[in-house]
Design a protein around this ligand. Sequence first.
Ligand SMILES: N[C@@H](CCC[C@H](N)C(=O)O)C(=O)O
Length: 277
Amino acid sequence: MKFTKMHGIGNDYIYVNCFEETVEDPSGLAKRLSDRHTGIGSDGLVLIRPSETADFRMDMFNSDGSQAQMCGNAIRCVGKYVYDHGLTKETTITIDTLAGVKTLWLTVENGKVTAARVNMGKPEFAPEKIPVAAEGEKVVDYPVMLSGKEYRITCVSMGNPHAVLFVDDVDALNLEVLGPRFEHHPLFPERINTEFVKVLDRGRLRMRVWERGAGETMACGTGACASLAAAYVNGLSDYKAELLLNGGSLFIEWDEESGCIFMTGPAETVFTGEVEL
Ligand SMILES: N[C@@H](CCC[C@H](N)C(=O)O)C(=O)O
């Protein structure tokens, strides 16, 4: 099977062009190929497919084999893949996902895509839509006890579920311990992606992420959008901010008029290869 390894600020996935390849067990393959010792090494697997409702379709699987509704860093890379491989000549394209159809505006330099702006849709706060097992209209600054310590979370869906915490020293946290405790907490029936955020100022947020199904990654696009939305509803940021992640920056803007969040960031190819199945 031919594949391309790509990343968006260090959030790396294996991309398969399903116009040419057939993948029978994407969940099993994601687990096997994502292994950083015995596989290709990645945060998961992304399938690029034909779509009846949009220009393309993206299906993504975390490194533990679970399927996610949406991936912000992967969708920019899919935009780069389809343009760079001549599957489209357009620089405005639509991609269908399990979280709905997203529009992308591609930045092309010397014939290749270097970055993309994506309409990531409206953030959803209703607990049953995220889902979070809590009462009320929104889960904002909500107390959660973990090992005798209180944390305050704000929950947002960007098509996939996120819990955002504001902390004083994000770099001192032991995510290997804390991350799984949130991911598997009974509040979250479908598990959760958790973002740990330090507000540097109203336009700059430093974020680390523990991803559902993948652990700590260098970056999370949907997590960056959820963090901006959470910061805004907690009165901690303006409508737009630079999100500084382990792998680089994303620019996130919550458009007042449409209610949609726009994400801008780079997309890069690492290498292409063939793997025996
Ligand atoms: N890295 C992603 C999100 C990938 C899916 C997530 N782990 C989930 O299970 O919801 C991003 O850039 O958004």
